[in-house]
Design a protein. Sequence first.
Length: 100
Amino acid sequence: MKNFFLIISIIFLIVITTVTKNSTKKIENTIFSTKENISALKDIYGLVLLDYNFLTSPKKLLEYQSRYFEKDLIPIDINKIQEVKRKNNKLIISDFKNKN
């Protein structure tokens, strides 16, 4: 009888160890794939940030203006800017300067 309990205890410990090991392996795989995804997203973020900073630098914007919009862009007085809203199917025009 004593041997029976010893054998059952050993089998129970082996089963528990196997279940624990399998669940730990699944968790490690999930952590690894999540870290890889984060790493890839960080790389993409870095490239997008570099692209954004390069394309929106003042020097680049002035270059784009002179290259593509030389005749289309005209200076405007900031005091003449107005805000247009729609309320009850009517257009309401107000000075933008007075909002601030």
